[in-house]
Design a protein around this ligand. Sequence first.
Ligand SMILES: *[C@@H]1O[C@H](CO)[C@@H](O)[C@H](O)[C@H]1NC(C)=O
Ligand SMILES: *[C@@H]1O[C@H](CO)[C@@H](O)[C@H](O)[C@H]1NC(C)=O
Ligand SMILES: *[C@@H]1O[C@H](CO)[C@@H](O)[C@H](O)[C@H]1NC(C)=O
Length: 456
Amino acid sequence: MDSFKNLCNYFFSKSRTHYFFTTIFTLTLIVFFFLFSACSDGGPASPPAISSTSLPSRRRSPSDELTPLPPPAFLSGARLASQSYTACSTTITIPAEKTAEEKFDSCDIFDGSWVIDEGSKPVYEPGSCPFVDDSFDCFKNGRPDSDYLKLKWKPHACKIPRFDGVKMLKLLKGKRMVFVGDSLNRNMWESLVCAMRESLSDKTKVFEVSGLRQFRSQGFYSFIFKDFNCSIDFVKSPFLVQEWKFLDKAGTRRETLRLDMMEGSYNKYYDADVIVFNTGHWWTHQKTFQGKYYFQEGNHVYNKLAVADAYKKALKTWAQWVDENIDSSKTSVFFRGYSASHFKGGQWNSGGSCDGETKPITNETQLSPYPWMMRALESVLMKMKTPVFYLNITKMTDYRKDGHPSIFRRSSSNIKNRVFQDCSHWCLPGVPDSWNELLYAILVQSQNQKLSSFVH
Ligand SMILES: *[C@@H]1O[C@H](CO)[C@@H](O)[C@H](O)[C@H]1NC(C)=O
Ligand SMILES: *[C@@H]1O[C@H](CO)[C@@H](O)[C@H](O)[C@H]1NC(C)=O
Ligand SMILES: *[C@@H]1O[C@H](CO)[C@@H](O)[C@H](O)[C@H]1NC(C)=O
């Protein structure tokens, strides 16, 4: 009886705090035991950042069995090397829109539809962003309708988070992101810069590094977000491979495309944190077909080479360059797919038009077949060592016959220049904002994967 009393005294009167701490200590030991055994596959040796409050959200999600997307290197750390990844898979998991409970759905975020969302505004006000090219600024150029600004991309099988400029800036703090490609990548780049700019309270804290205000003529532009030490750049490289010249037998200089040589500005971006490539439109361009370019490999100039074969050769050159020169533990690589055009009654330079279109296509049978270029791309990506995330936006853009500048590529005072319509680029705000929203979703998703990699 005495000894029982002593025991009671020990716990309840002598030192309740002692009892409390003993319990906590034991629980801590148990928690750490599980953490260490779970991390024994090469995870971090000590988990300094893990606090017990964040443990519940680190449970294994059912979607872990799916092939993960390649996590952006700067977000994924040491586990990147052990990631298994199939280059072309677009089946990724995206966290549902912010809910208290972390919820995962698995889905193809490029499989979806455009829905009118009366409540949601564009990520930046029409006409408000000084970095939108005049030729993409449909609002300023007098486009009267506005339904095209209310359409939101909704994947069929899951929700994606709404673009959050502040979160994107934090994600890219101290980082460089570079868009490399043609004017459609410029379209996408301007969209991202404007979307991120919108979240700054002091808008003077973002500027082009050389103070440039138009972005068409030069090969390189760089926007700096000063307070975040972050830059979002554009490198003009419409074919990704090198434009070249040779002297033919008659001594005439001919322009060629070196299918075996990466375009020369790669020093400007090979070590960036995120790179978004594209090439497509110039390969069907009049310029390629009507004798302006010959295709060349080494000293060999082809008399005849189908554009499809030339495109494949160029992509292989690109892929080999990426595999040999990009450090995928530092750099995350994206390739943006072919963006659909909607010329009716002619081509871009022969009276083709898309003006008066104010609604997207809703009947799927009216969409074009998946382009041969993207089939070629998929087969090249599949054979690459480097994980490349394919932004498969072709179909989602094909619906949007209403999204192009058409005659509003110029202000109405400039009637003469309205002869040619633009049915391949996109009004801003507009369709490329959604590409960036998907890019954002992927980056956020990858960051979540990084978190969960601590406990696998
Ligand atoms: C800014 O980022 C670069 C890398 O992009 C880094 O080298 C530099 O130290 C950073 N500067 C500051 C002030 O954080
Ligand atoms: C979709 O288009 C096809 C061919 O253009 C047509 O036959 C079909 O009736 C259309 N469907 C709807 C629901 O409008
Ligand atoms: C890309 O989307 C198209 C539908 O437009 C689909 O046919 C194709 O398989 C997709 N590619 C990948 C790699 O998911």
